[in-house]
Design a protein around this ligand. Sequence first.
Ligand SMILES: [Zn+2]
Length: 77
Amino acid sequence: MRFAYYTLRHCSMCTSTILLSGIPRAVIGENQTFMGSDSLLREHGVELDVRQDKQCIGLMPQFIKQSPELWNEDIGE
Ligand SMILES: [Zn+2]
């Protein structure tokens, strides 16, 4: 069985990839940094396993502080 693994919540592009690839389960390190919507995946029967992993939660603010231009580009701002 195939899974998708993410440090933080999936963006729209990742959501499309999960759906088009027929991936049944996504494991997400944390969903606090990036506020997206889980409903589309759930509506299509994808199981979401959100871990709220402390290491993942700690990584993102560090990355955003070090590379704000990359983060803003990634989230479309
Ligand atoms: Zn993504």
